[in-house]
Design a protein. Structure first.
Length: 201
């Protein structure tokens, strides 16, 4: 019988990651948002790999989800907020002949949430956007890509990294995680509202 005092290195590593011990704030956030993040990636990825109508829906979800998050950040932490991207998303939607959404969901987040978690979610999305852009370029698709090619968020990500790659703090990081979870919940709620395809992981 296996003695539980002698776990493999990978098992021990997994336990540290889940508990946050010896890890960074970024690791802690990744574990705490993994399920919601995976669900959103699958839903948006399916749209980004579809036809022009699917791509327009992808952009519509991005706009609807971000507009109130951006406003929330501007009101509470304008000095650390990531660059607004709804302006470039609106430009892409207009070029596709899609009306700019007006009826958008309110962003529901606890008053004591740490904005850093929200900033991490928005900034991290730039990494996925670059992958989508590369695929569209390779496929020689002539769709507007002002949002996907926006370098402002990628540059912001580099400035944000020192804040999230700090050692995990059991005292401070739960409020950061709560904000990140609220952000992913908001994106997934918007995706459901726009009837994006959902796939079980």
């Amino acid at each position: 019988m296996l003695n539980w005092a002698y776990r493999s290195e990978s098992e021990a590593e997994g336990m540290r990651e889940k508990s946050g011990v010896g890890r960074t704030t970024r690791d802690y956030l990744r574990v705490g948002t993994a399920e919601a993040h995976d669900t959103l990636d699958v839903r948006l990825g399916a749209l980004a790999e579809g036809d022009e109508r699917d791509y327009a829906q992808f952009l519509e979800i991005q706009y609807r989800a971000r507009v109130n998050i951006e406003s929330w950040l501007d009101e509470r932490c304008a000095d650390m907020a990531p660059p607004r991207q709804t302006d470039v998303i609106a430009r892409d939607l207009t070029e596709l002949g899609v009306p700019i959404p007006a009826d958008v969901l309110a962003f529901d987040v606890s008053a004591d949430s740490d904005p850093l978690g929200i900033c991490w979610v928005l900034a991290g999305s730039s990494l996925g956007n670059r992958a989508i852009l590369a695929r569209l370029v390779k496929a020689d698709v002539q769709w507007p890509v002002a949002f996907l090619s926006d370098r402002r968020m990628a540059d912001y990500w580099q400035r944000l990294r020192p804040l999230i790659e700090r050692p995990h703090s059991p005292a401070e990081d739960p409020s950061v995680l709560g904000a990140a979870q609220a952000s992913f919940a908001h994106f997934n709620a918007v995706a459901s509202q726009v009837r994006a395809p959902e796939t079980t992981i």
